[in-house]
Design a protein around this ligand. Structure first.
Ligand code: SAM
Ligand code: SF4
Length: 361
């Protein structure tokens, strides 16, 4: 098919062929795509960046995802779980820094101790902040009942990346067993949507075996599910995981960054009102990665609030950006970085997804 960039960029609905074309753009045409995405973002969402103060609650995990440093079989990692007081301290810090929301993230567990604990932490964060802090959870696959309990306790957003919408690729990056079921992942996303969470999903970009066609299908999947938020970021190989053996077959950092920016830009055109995270992984592979993603259409950043002692142990991938920065330093640094790209930080607000608000009406 013969496609022309100028004829496509004003659309919000693309065919798969058009998405593949857009994801393949290079040089000045790729810049044109990102400029258009920025224009669309500014029109719908203004130049505000929403914040979610990240609390890396625990790195204990029962799963064995083939890409992640927190996987159960990785013995080169010091397992931890923050104390209740540590978590509350993070919440207090979020309030002090005027972050309107926190995101509690952790390895996956489904035991009663864990599900009760998350429920308790959510309730207490609400109590401590007198309801002012918005709460996003990213604690993996759970039963519908658990998701309902956490929602009732006060969590109103949930992030569960599909990782890849292609079932074959899903099983190339996860073991094929009961604990790693593509169908269950989909069911969980559907349950979150049904319960009423502002539901976010996403994928890693630049995975071994991943094609541009897969990525186009991922974008169509987000649109079809009509999610309120998306978090996509570059895959970063970890030496203590099985996917490390394929590290030479993935695109280099520059290419992965460009592909990530094009994914964000195309999705912004397709879903102008959703919240889209500029992942920390962007900054890990490119010093200006977070800013570049914001300029390509992202509108959410997740500064780290976790206690310094545990940061390195939350080693999803190596050389994570900002591991040694104190939260107060992140605050200043982010503010300055966002100003350099003509964006402002939205302090003291939950920064909910406009797409979700409009869906609710
Ligand atoms: N356990 C929960 C889950 O899997 O949904 C939440 C925590 S998990 C560490 C958060 C995200 O980290 C995953 O959804 C995955 O996309 C991302 N991640 C894991 N390993 C990664 C890697 N090597 N490179 C980039 N992102 C990675
Ligand atoms: Fe556990 Fe999440 Fe990492 Fe998978 S991606 S190993 S579920 S922390």
């Amino acid at each position: 098919m013969n496609l022309e960039i100028d004829g496509i960029l004003d659309k919000h609905d693309f065919t798969k062929e058009e998405i593949i074309y857009l994801l393949s753009l290079k040089g000045a045409d790729a810049v044109k795509l990102m400029d258009k995405a920025l224009e669309v973002k500014l029109k719908y969402l203004d130049n505000y960046v929403r914040l979610r103060g990240l609390i890396e609650y625990s790195n204990k995990c029962i799963k064995n995802c083939l890409y992640c440093g927190l996987r159960k079989d990785n013995i080169n990692i010091n397992r931890y779980e923050l104390s209740d007081e540590d978590v509350f301290e993070c919440a207090r810090l979020a309030m002090k820094l005027n972050y309107g929301s926190v995101a509690l993230q952790c390895g996956e567990r489904q035991d009663g101790y864990f599900t009760d604990k998350v429920e308790y932490l959510v309730r207490k964060i609400k109590e401590i902040s007198q309801g002012t802090l918005g709460i996003t959870l990213s604690c993996g696959e759970q039963t519908e009942d658990t998701y309902r309990r956490w929602f009732a306790a006060g969590a109103h957003r949930y992030l569960l990346r599909i990782e890849s919408s292609n079932e074959d690729l899903y099983y190339k990056i996860h073991p094929k067993d009961d604990r790693h079921s593509y169908v269950n992942r989909l069911n969980c996303i559907d349950n979150l949507l049904k319960i009423g969470y502002q539901t976010g999903t996403g994928v890693m970009i630049g995975l071994p075996f991943q094609t541009t066609e897969d990525l186009a299908d991922d974008l169509l999947f987000f649109k079809q599910k009509n999610v309120a938020m998306v978090g996509m970021g570059p895959f970063i190989p970890h030496p203590d995981t099985p996917l490390w053996q394929y590290k030479d077959m993935i695109p280099d950092k520059k290419e992965r960054m460009l592909l990530t920016l094009k994914m964000i830009a195309v999705l912004r055109l397709m879903m102008p009102e959703i919240n889209m995270v500029s992942a920390t992984a962007n900054q890990t592979i490119d010093d200006l990665g977070r800013e570049k993603a914001v300029v390509a259409g992202a509108n959410v950043i997740m500064p780290n609030l976790s206690p310094e002692d545990n940061r390195e142990d939350y080693g999803i991938y190596p050389d994570k950006a900002c591991v040694h920065d104190k939260p107060e330093e992140c605050y200043n640094c982010l503010d300055i970085r966002m100003h350099t790209v003509n964006h402002k930080i939205l302090y003291k607000e939950w920064g909910d997804s406009l797409a979700f608000k409009h869906k609710e009406k």
